[in-house]
Design a binder for this molecule. Structure first.
Ligand code: UD1
Length: 333
């Protein structure tokens, strides 16, 4: 299939492009490098020994989008492009609504114009807000707690409306849990700007000596050791989930949401211990106040993805910790 990947130079996007090329798909990547680095394109080619088309630009550029669709017979779009920092979205809500919503609407308009109705959308478990029961199933009530999450939920709503307007649409809403880790080559991985907000990027910077100690946000949650529990998923497993999702949308119609996680919850201390053991390092940490907006526990019921996408995550928490650190060691400079 010919797949257009928006945001294909980013963290999850780049790993997905690798798996799409490995599965012999034709890939066109569009990315404006607003939160990614051009060197990633070279590394994808090095890993896969395959080529793909790259177009630098923003989805807000309607003429650029039109040209891509005019010049290529695209079968499926995977839409990653968008801003994704929760804290930043609270400070700059308009920037998030403007970029994430408008760019998606432009993309959908062009898809409609060129009769390309197959889409996999990069959503997030953030649409479940504070879950009322665990594990989380796709049919649970949705609500959000920050503008970033709201853009994901609004786009899901738009996509549901679109399907009602034309039954040809086939859309997978991929709700990611906590993607971590890196490609085992150590060539591509997560490179946050500035001081990381998320757990694993923070831990690797402590391990590599860039940051002094990890601050664990609370040890008084109602969890097995008091620290927050999440469903961490290896980014390569997540990328493979997209390959399954494009096969699904290509053979079905309608809108379906899928949880992409492992179904297993690990605490912050579990992650620290696993990271220390597999990488033979010490992670100094101190317990501090809870982070506002955090929930105690979040993990997926992954039955639906297993059944309908024939996909499930395979890598372990040790793989995630090892690969995340190897990437940083290889890219220290
Ligand atoms: C966050 C986002 C979520 C987004 C996801 C992307 C928030 C509130 N939520 O999820 O919308 O989809 O990232 O991966 O930001 N922790 C520490 N110390 C740290 C960092 C984190 O103790 O320095 C703890 C947190 O309290 C939490 C766990 O580690 O219990 C995971 O945190 P994080 O990696 O930021 O992910 P989420 O908050 O689950």
């Amino acid at each position: 299939m010919k797949i257009l990947v928006t945001g294909g130079a980013g963290y999850i996007g780049s790993h997905t492009v690798v798996e799409l090329l490995n599965a012999n798909h034709d890939v066109i990547v569009v990315d404006d490098f607003s939160n990614s680095n051009p060197k990633v394109l070279k590394y994808i080619k090095e890993i896969t020994k395959k080529d793909f088309v790259f177009i630098e630009g923003s989805l807000l550029d309607k003429a650029l989008l039109d040209n891509i669709f005019k010049n290529n017979k695209i079968d499926v779009v995977i839409h990653f492009a968008g801003y994704k920092a929760v804290g930043e979205s609270v400070k700059k809500p308009l920037m998030y609504y403007d970029n994430n919503l408008i760019s998606t609407i432009y993309l959908l308009e062009i898809m409609e114009k060129y009769k390309v109705y197959n889409l996999a959308f990069s959503s997030s478990a953030t649409v479940y807000g504070t879950p009322k029961k665990l594990p989380i199933t796709e049919n649970m009530t949705l609500h959000t707690t920050n503008p970033y999450g709201t853009t994901k939920l609004m786009i899901e709503t738009i996509l549901n409306d679109l399907k009602k307007s034309n039954e040809k649409w086939s859309i997978a809403l991929l709700r990611y849990f906590n993607p971590i880790g890196a490609h085992e080559s150590g060539l591509i991985g997560e490179e946050p700007n500035g001081i990381p907000n998320n757990l694993m990027p923070y831990i690797v910077e402590v391990a590599s000596g860039k940051l002094k100690e990890l601050k664990i946000f609370g040890n008084d949650y109602d969890t097995k050791d008091g620290t927050g529990v999440r469903d961490y998923i290896h980014v390569v497993d997540l990328a493979k989930g997209h390959v399954s999702a494009i096969n699904y949308v290509n053979n079905n119609v309608g809108v379906e949401a899928f949880n992409l996680g492992t179904g297993i919850g690990y605490s912050v201390l579990d992650i620290v211990k696993s990271f220390e053991r597999v990488n033979n390092v010490t992670i100094p940490y101190k317990i501090v106040e809870r982070r506002p907006g955090d929930i105690a526990e979040c993990y997926a019921d992954v039955t639906k993805a297993k059944k309908m996408l024939d996909w499930s995550a395979e890598k372990t928490i040790d793989d995630m910790c090892r690969d995340a650190y190897q990437f940083i060691l290889k890219n220290k400079d």
